[in-house]
Design a binder for this molecule. Structure first.
Ligand code: PMP
Length: 315
């Protein structure tokens, strides 16, 4: 859907996946005036289709649009566009337990401006792709702490899902992968002492009965999975805290795990920092496994959704 002079994303259409036309001088290409979201549609055992908290993605896009000085679709327009995209791609939703249909809503400044300024026209679109497991074949993550490059700076855009947040992560991620790591754990850019997040997921640690995750200090993305896991952990009797976590605390943890739409809840088997490797408990009898089961049960309809987190899509 396009937004032009008050038309406000009203005339959306469904089309097969194709390239889009953009001016080379559009604000998204010139100045990174772009946002995206990611969410999944799951097929249940009784053949229903569920989305997980899509209005949270819509609200996060609205918050991002405000920071990036963009026009955003309303929550209703956002959720409706996602639903229509899912219905049009119904046959691509994998069977239960085999993955999900990943939805990628995007918002970008599409009008041409030579100088730095907000666009006057915007494109909002949603595309879909079936996905299996995010980290192919890997049940655990081995992370490399990154202490040279940072993904976010204070008062920047680290807490919104801006396209520009991912460009600084490409090189450290490629370097970590070349060394055999699955992902990078970023530190804060001011002191280099506190952990922030992984390139596309949030991080948690467990010590005793306490689950901790970095506070949303304006630099990390407030993950929808993160928020849900904090609630589920509290419901299961754990103490859940959001605080500034010195990287040294993580070395001493019993378990470490990552959360996100892609990874869902994935245990971290090791973290390497300045050539030292720290290992963590993974496998069946872990708290991360228990939380993963509680979350995926709700997402896939095998556990009753008492929280009203899922949205069923009906044709
Ligand atoms: N941090 C970053 C940088 C991400 O890209 C993502 C994925 N959206 C997350 C955290 C996790 O957020 P969510 O649980 O909403 O997918």
């Amino acid at each position: 859907a396009q937004s032009k002079e008050g038309l406000n994303f009203a005339q959306g259409t469904l089309t097969p996946f194709r390239n889009i036309e953009l001016s080379p001088c559009s604000t998204v290409l010139q100045y990174g005036q772009g946002l995206f979201e990611g969410l999944k549609a799951y097929r249940t055992a009784d053949d229903r289709i569920l989305l997980f908290r899509p209005e949270e993605n819509a609200l996060r896009m609205k918050k991002g649009a405000d920071r990036m000085c963009m026009q955003a679709p309303s929550v209703e327009q956002f959720v409706d566009a996602v639903k229509q995209t899912v219905l049009a791609n119904k046959r691509w939703i994998p069977p239960p337990g085999k993955g999900a249909l990943y939805l990628r809503p995007m918002l970008m400044g599409s009008s041409s401006h030579l100088g730095v300024q907000a666009a006057t026209e915007y494109i909002f679109l949603v595309f879909a792709s079936p996905v299996g497991s995010y980290h192919k074949g890997e049940a655990t993550l081995n992370l490399l702490v990154e202490n040279k490059f940072h993904r976010a700076i204070p008062s920047g855009t680290g807490d919104i899902k801006a396209v520009v947040n991912y460009s600084p992560t490409v090189k450290p991620l490629a370097q970590a992968k070349a060394k055999g790591f699955s992902d990078v754990l970023f530190l804060d850019s001011v002191t280099g002492k506190y952990i922030e997040e992984v390139s596309a997921c949030n991080i948690f640690m467990l010590k005793g009965n306490v689950i901790s995750t970095p506070a949303t200090n304006g630099n990390i993305l407030s993950g929808i999975t993160r928020k849900s896991i904090i609630e589920l952990a509290k419901n299961s009797g754990y103490k859940a805290e959001e605080r500034a976590i010195p990287v040294d605390d993580v070395f001493d943890a019993d378990e470490v795990f990552c959360t996100g739409t892609g990874v869902v809840v994935t245990p971290v088997s090791s973290i390497t920092y300045q050539d030292k490797r720290y290992e963590y408990k993974t496998g069946k009898d872990t708290v991360s496994q228990q939380l993963r089961a509680a979350l995926t049960g709700i997402q896939t309809g095998s556990i009753e959704d008492k929280k009203g987190w899922t949205v069923e899509i009906r044709s």
